[in-house]
Ligand binder design. Structure first.
Ligand SMILES: [Zn+2]
Length: 98
């Protein structure tokens, strides 16, 4: 009965159990992530690109075409399929080109 060794406490007082040496606190990780799901699946530069253009919701994302999104600084082609999936899950899609 020595499970105590796996219980850790982070700087913010969250206690959590980790079996590895990874010091990351899951509670803090959660708070650091954007609550909007589709932003949390993106790499940071792509996420910032959307945020800088005022896009924080899927409904707002749906107002842009793939071409327009790719023109944002930081937005890479690899992010597009992820965003398309996220839109699809809500029954949305990118704006039609042209
Ligand atoms: Zn924490």
């Amino acid at each position: 009965m020595n499970s105590k060794e796996n219980v850790k406490m982070c700087d913010y007082g969250h206690t959590y159990v980790k079996n590895s040496d990874c010091p990351t606190c899951p509670e803090c990780e959660k708070e650091r992530k954007p609550d909007t799901g589709f932003l949390s699946i993106l790499a940071s530069p792509a996420r910032r690109a959307l945020e800088n253009n005022g896009i924080t919701k899927l409904e707002e994302l749906a107002g842009f075409s793939e071409k327009e999104l790719l023109a944002f600084h930081g937005m890479g082609p690899s992010s597009i399929p992820k965003l398309r999936n996220a839109l699809g899950e809500k029954g949305l899609s990118f704006k039609e080109e042209g």
